[in-house]
Design a protein around this ligand. Sequence first.
Ligand code: ME8
Length: 657
Amino acid sequence: MNKNKYYITTPIYYPSDKLHIGHAYCTVAADVMARYKRLTGHEVLFLTGTDEHGLKIEDKAREAGVTPQQFVDSIVEGPRGVLDLWKLMNISNDRFIRTTDPYHEEAVKKIFKQLYDQGDIYKGKYEGKYCKPCESFWTDSQLVEGKCPDCGREVADAQEEAYFFRLSKYSDRIRDLLENTDFLEPRSRVNEMVNNFIKPGLEDLCVSRTSFKWGVPVDFDPGHVVYVWIDALSNYITALGYDNDQFHDFKDFWPADVHFVGKEIVRFHSIIWPAILMALNLPLPKKVYGHGWLLLDGGKMSKSKGNVVDPYLLAERYSVDALRYFLMREFPFGSDGNFSNEGLITRINVDLANDLGNLVSRTLTMTGSYFGGTLPARQEEGPEDREMVSLCASLRDQYEAHMEKFAFQDALMDVFRVISHANKYIDETKPWVLSKEKEEKGPRLARVLYNLLESVRLCTVLLTPFMPQTCEKIFTQLGADPALQTWESAGHFGSLPAQVTVTRGENLFPRIDMAKELKALEEAHAALLKQEAKTSREKAPEEAPSYITFDDFVKVQFITCKVLACEAVPKSKKLLRFTLDCGEGRTRQILSGIHEYYEPEELVGKTLVACSNLAPRKMMGLESNGMLISAVKEVDGKEQLHLLMLEDTVPAGFTLC
Ligand code: ME8
């Protein structure tokens, strides 16, 4: 393995929902690391991608009325999809893998077969508690009061044929890896893994499923598909060409230097993944780094909670670089951090506008007005320059030490300490006074401005991995050619030619009025949500035919029903669960997303209208057999809804025509 090569990966993302700023967090960090390694002379392979198989995708595609492949294609490649987001965030990945790429699928089949042939995967029986309506197996510890944790119904003992990976066989080696090496960081995650998973005893892992089809088939046993995590984790080696001819970098880039992963998937990367690699007799990645979460109001951002932050909105308002800087500066990478618009605007105002922006603009303006943009020969360094020069001279090494530990926040703090000091140096040396002292104007003033320009240049080299576009602009203003943008040149104070010519450019980061901006941001967010809702509504009529035939119309059956019971579905903000008498001699369960309009108690006893021949579908693990009919309209940007209610004298079980 060539020591100049560097292989870094992000997790491959589920394209089940739109990606949010939480996903961008890990990808931006990996991008910063990849750019830093390129800067320091490494040949980098930076991989990201999408994890496209599994039941969740199959279900979502069905709901959307498209095939799973069409569904994932639209989210990965469609407008504002995954690829668009990475382009927006200026992500410099060298490769993008999709687990539906044929080369990957073929390689996964081979990996599974090899593990089976050598006895690391065996066929056994999956035994557990089975919830029939949910088609799910549960272990005893997952049950809630002995019932299905999804729908609350009774479960029964059941078994199913499945393939198992001999994870237990690797338990001791994995414990040793975790406890006695730096494989997993931060260190706190090691204790979590050992105490929660290794000490209680690693069980063999069920690695095939028969309950859905959207996955890589086990080619020697039709009906089984490979467990999504085996499929997903393999991406790190198939993307290099392992067991396929698509790529040929495995020898050069494996083992990976680091896998960046969110803390909730550390278990898969620090226990299951090394065990698979041990079984395949392959070297282990050098490091798995489990970063923290971006929280919103104290909870993890997620589309299902409706509390996601839209990176497009923020990047368009404040620039991609401001957003990248904020993500890396605000939160220590290994810990959770709370996202807030105030925090973002404060960082932009204080660090980027006041400190960096001001330093660049003051320095260039003074060089322009005192020397017409070109410095004369400078004089020797004076005692008042020493601190500035020595801070700059030691900056690169300190920065490097932090970057090597993925301490992005600390690296940025060091750079900004120099930036603040440079601003202070301006205040102390007072170039505007020097410019008036006749005999001083010239060499001394030139020295001060040179020191400032050189410190701007050094800081800019080190900020490049974080804010590539901004740094390019600063280099242009400084007249710094590529030789002055290198890692080597950041280690030498004094690389900028003495008689440098600079050109003042646009203001890098305009100051933001916090109060006004918070309000505008709220409005922009509301407009975005409204636009999204409108787009999805507008889409429907375009696709639907304008007329239906009489025959089509009579296919839909409407029936009157009495509400026997109604309750909120646990963990759902919207869903109400109705138990209805539809005059059918048995009760009928319908789920309806109307909790924001009605409290369950007020509906008990009411006479409603339901579509009774809609195909059953599951929501939150519960089956819904029909749909309650409501009158709906958007008024002043807000949806209003009224359940269709009949007089109580109307009996249950009447059909409507
Ligand atoms: O887990 N803050 O995919 P995923 C920080 N497909 N990170 C966050 C976050 C937040 N608010 N929300 C999500 C998967 N993430 C698997 C990975 S790898 C072989 C398979 C991070 O799309 C999360 O921690 O659910 C995880 O690392 C990554 O986004 C992908 O999450």
